[in-house]
Design a protein around this ligand. Sequence first.
Ligand code: PXG
Length: 290
Amino acid sequence: MKVFIDGKYFDERNAKVSVFDHGLLYGDGVFEGIRAYNGRVFKLKEHIDRLFCSAKAILLTLPMAHAELMRATVETCRRNKIRHGYIRLVVTRGVGTLGLNPNRCKSPSVIIIADKIQLYPKEMYQRGMEIVTVPTTRTLHSALNPAIKSLNYLNNILAKIEANNAGCEEAIMLNAEGFVAECTGDNLFIVKAGKLFTPPLSAGALYGITRGTVMDIAREEGHEVSEPSLTRYDLFNADECFLTGTGAEIIPVTKIDGRVIGDGKPGAVTRKLEHQYHALTKVSGEPIYA
Ligand code: PXG
């Protein structure tokens, strides 16, 4: 595997960063996770847009322009002969000194890894997954805004550990007010009487690219989509529930905190959206091998 670091390509074993990089020392940086399907990078522009937004929010000036970063991402896929894969873009504050001061960091580092994807177990897509609400709440947007895809994912990791301790793969994270925010690496949707509902960004959700794509598809299919505040009660009494994410795509949820959702099987609307989403991944995206 060839890893892109600051304009050069390194073999996997030589792809290293300094122990003085503030990405490592403080989680000071931002990242993106992108999928490639059939030799195309799916929603590349949207992911690079979000990377720039995350960087802006933490006052990190990317050392590469938008178009340059798009080209480097595609080139990294090409060099790794990727047709189907997962791309991790990481931007760190760069090498600095011990001490928080980001001004001591000379220049941000850009890393691009193009690899294989790890999904949830296949039977979860077929039968639906069971998830639980965990004690760790999503960070306040006044503290560390969950819209920033930062290298500081401890909030999500703690929630993931709590879900795993409860025997589940995923966690529902509430915000400090007790409203549903999202899962640890996925956004959450419910379906009720043919209408889709997903928490608003202000509830502590990431502006998910898959979330946006699913909202577009659902509207095209004639479903109303809205973003109200949602409580656990709303989830328990939904007809259907599913999660969205670049890695997970669309995964049905059939049990929440011991409550069976709908008839306990992945719902018809979820299945239709999954079908349409997969169809879209097959025909769109930035070509790797032009
Ligand atoms: N919420 C959070 C907190 C995320 O990190 C999503 C929702 C879904 O967003 P997209 O744009 O992918 O539809 C994410 C992003 C991984 C991994 O390695 C995946 C994500 C984050 C971190 C790691 O699987 N998903």
